[in-house]
Design a protein around this ligand. Structure first.
Ligand SMILES: Cc1ncc(COP(=O)(O)O)c(C=O)c1O
Length: 450
């Protein structure tokens, strides 16, 4: 596209004019135009590839489904069609969309100071670190804030190298930690890594849940003097499809890491803040990691926010030169207000307790459907409201995902990747809405069987 400054101004003003108007002052023609423009802009300026993968385009008939207003577990599109959100932004919307108390805190901070000066001390960041220190297990006390989960992982890897003076890592097959070069180095999936090799050297992978395999790697590394800085894992693998490890896995990881003098990093980006039925995933097994990474729901679903945190002993390497790891916008006052309100809501509404009870209910009802509709599911598993449904093949999975989408239920699952569909709704989703989703799912299964 050639340079056209007048067009840039005109297009910015056109959409802002709509954004600033109340919903009932936007005409049907304008809504249809937003829908058409969005698909066209994706094709011309974001990535054409996405359009083939999203059910919101491929399965929506005349108008691509273009998100417009979210509230709790309901998303309405630009044409005012209503969808029940069972995807929860892959763990972002644990509090639901636009939780009023989180929005209120963010608006109040917006009127005070949205970003920090970079020179004065900023109160909300310091207070949030204190709150998280009180919330986290073990001796975790210091934190660094960033904007994405991936950045939290990058920071954690740096801290582990910095503290131990070693450069190797042990990570898990099928593990997901983000897609920047450092995070990608510990990701356990070839599709995203292979075209970009070589990545960070000295990373070895073990099957998730196999503590003996981790120990074998650490023992061999010690025998040959290959320094391992840390073992990194998700408490429950999210992206891999809500894979819950055996109960002895995390306690044994803790034991093994201590034995070999290696740090233990828990990637709680997806499992943190109530998602699996406890505040943190590692709480299921009472394990205190050396470094914890947070993201997604930490920001309360309103402002992006992430963090890596560690103990005073480990953090001391960051003290002589606190500029060893910095960011201009990470932990900004808006994000901190959002996170603080998110934590307050999580505790007041007992989101972990809700996730546990609703997760158990969903798993029971889903297993019942699995039994009554044989030949569709391979396995249904999960903890709390992090649930994975494995299908016998991708084609069946896509039929279910597309069938749910046609019945106005949002889930993951694409044309090329539907063997496992995750159910990951807001933790405070009303029971009636969960029942409605289960009814619609049964309707889809009935159609597939027919
Ligand atoms: C466990 C885990 N770690 C890290 C990330 C990366 O977070 P982000 O997408 O916010 O960069 C994700 C994202 O799905 C994740 O699930």
């Amino acid at each position: 596209m050639s340079r056209d400054i007048a067009l840039a101004k005109q297009e910015a003003t056109r959409i802002l004019d709509i954004v600033r108007r109340p919903a009932d002052a936007i005409t049907r023609e304008e809504r249809e135009r937003i829908t058409r423009d969005t698909a066209e802009n994706f094709a011309n300026h974001i990535n054409k590839g996405f359009l083939q993968y999203r059910k919101s385009v491929t399965e929506s008939g005349g108008f691509a489904v273009t998100e417009w207003v979210g509230s709790g577990s309901i998303m309405r599109d630009a044409l005012d069609r209503e969808y029940i959100d069972m995807l929860g932004g892959f763990g972002l919307y644990s509090h639901g969309m636009r939780h009023p108390r989180i929005v209120e805190a963010v608006k109040a901070q917006l009127d005070r100071s949205p970003q920090y000066s970079q020179e004065m001390l900023d109160p909300l960041r310091a207070q949030l670190a204190k709150v998280l220190a009180a919330l986290t297990p073990g001796d975790i006390q210091y934190g660094f804030f960033a904007n994405s989960g991936t950045e939290a992982i990058e920071g954690a890897l740096k801290l582990a190298k910095f503290y131990t003076g070693k450069s190797g890592f042990v990570s898990m097959l099928k593990g997901f930690h983000g897609k920047t070069l450092g995070a990608l180095s510990v990701m356990g999936k070839s599709v995203f890594r292979e075209p970009l090799l070589p990545l960070l050297g000295g990373v070895q992978f073990a099957p998730f849940g196999d503590a003996d395999a981790v120990e074998r790697i650490l023992a061999s590394a010690q025998a040959v003097g290959a320094g391992i800085a840390a073992v990194i894992a998700e408490p429950i693998q999210g992206e891999a499809g809500a894979v819950v490890p055996p109960d002895d896995f995390w306690p044994r990881l803790r034991e093994i890491c201590t034995k070999y003098g290696v740090l233990l990093i828990a990637d709680e980006v997806q499992t943190g803040f109530g998602r699996t039925g406890t505040v943190f995933g590692v709480d299921h097994w009472d394990v205190a990691p050396d470094i914890m990474c947070f993201g997604k729901a930490l920001g309360g679903g309103v402002v992006p926010m992430s963090a890596f945190m560690s103990t005073p002993e480990i953090w001391k390497v960051m003290e002589p030169n606190p500029f060893m790891h910095t960011t201009t916008t990470g932990g900004n006052p808006l994000a901190c207000a959002s996170a603080l309100a998110g934590i307050e809501v999580m505790l007041d509404e007992d989101l972990p307790g809700q996730a546990k009870a609703k997760g158990e209910y969903m798993l029971e009802r889903l297993h019942d459907l699995q039994e009554r509709y044989p030949g569709i599911f391979r396995e249904i598993r999960g903890k709390g409201l992090l649930i994975g449904m494995d299908f016998l093949d991708g084609e069946t999975g896509y039929k279910v995902a597309a069938g749910l989408f046609a019945r106005n239920v949002l889930t993951a699952g694409t044309l090329t990747n539907s063997e496992c569909i995750r159910i990951e709704p807001a933790l405070n989703t009303p029971m009636e809405l969960l029942d409605e989703v289960l009814n619609r799912l049964e309707d889809v299964l009935r159609h597939i069987r027919a």
